[in-house]
Design a protein around this ligand. Structure first.
Ligand SMILES: [Ca+2]
Length: 269
């Protein structure tokens, strides 16, 4: 237990006052005397809790907002908490030729033709054009943020490994279309630098549309972070990107989960 300097200073003042911690400790000692097994059980519980995976909340990781209720096709292209990349130059021609706007290439939708393992009422989609993406880190801006909210506030802590899991399904795409899931950090120049990634390749057989439909979990794992890794103590970023395709189909996704795992008991500071 590490006490801060101010806490140490405060201790003498509380000496002659009722001290709740002292009372609890006294009670605990009495219990221990009566039940000698208890301290052993307590230490086992502490060890078990220390090794459990810790879920890190990902804001709007279930794509429930903004709601698509009442919108055409139940789709809302305004996604809270996630940022969309700027329109790439190649997409100007798509906009003028096909009338599809960059802002429309990703959105959330009311899942009326449901995936059995969807969470909540909505999922998200990315059209299979290259560079269509959703990403989120400590400093990203969603559609109506004037300044970063810092709601997604997680760092790569030395001694822990990290796992990103996303439920995915691909539909109607050219075989070989690809989506990449990444965990990244920002370097000193604010560039996104990938720490680990997983690329999923679409095949009709791999994503059979014969009911019942279920999203398939894909994972990205960052091995135990070491203190001298470039990403150590940097904020975690999540990116979901259509990396190859012709825009002829789409990827559906839901239930973005991020967890930290204590890495085998050895701390590296
Ligand atoms: Ca959802």
């Amino acid at each position: 237990m590490i006490h801060s300097h101010s806490e140490c200073e405060r201790l003498p003042n509380t000496k002659h006052q009722p001290n709740p911690n002292q009372f609890i400790m006294t009670e605990f000692k009495m219990l221990s005397t009566r039940r000698p097994l208890l301290p052993g059980i307590v230490s086992i519980l502490i060890v078990a809790a220390g090794l459990q995976a810790q879920l890190i909340p990902v804001p709007n990781g279930s794509f429930e907002s903004q709601s698509g209720v009442g919108q055409p096709f139940g789709v809302n292209i305004l996604i809270d908490s996630w940022q969309k990349p700027a329109k790439p130059a190649y997409f100007d021609a798509i906009e003028s030729t096909f009338g599809i706007f960059w802002i429309q290439t990703a959105g959330v939708f009311v899942d009326n033709n449901p995936y059995g393992n969807r969470v909540g009422a909505q999922a998200a989609f990315l059209l299979s054009f290259p560079q269509v993406a959703l990403f989120q880190d400590y400093n990203t801006l969603d559609w109506n943020d004037a300044a970063p909210t810092h709601d997604f506030n997680a760092v790569y802590q030395p001694g822990k490994s990290y796992k990103l899991t996303v439920g995915l399904f691909g539909k109607n795409m050219t075989e070989g279309s690809q989506l990449t899931l990444s965990l990244y950090y920002r370097d000193a120049l604010d560039n996104m630098v990938t720490v680990a990634s997983t690329t999923i390749t679409y095949t009709p057989a791999g994503f059979s549309t014969t009911p019942p439909l279920n999203l398939q979990d894909y994972e990205v794992v960052v091995p135990k972070v070491r203190g001298n890794d470039a990403w150590a103590r940097k904020h975690i970023g999540i990116k979901i990107e259509s990396t190859f395709g012709y825009g002829d189909g789409y990827w559906d996704l839901d239930n973005v989960r991020l967890e930290a795992n204590p890495g085998g008991g050895q701390r590296e500071l």
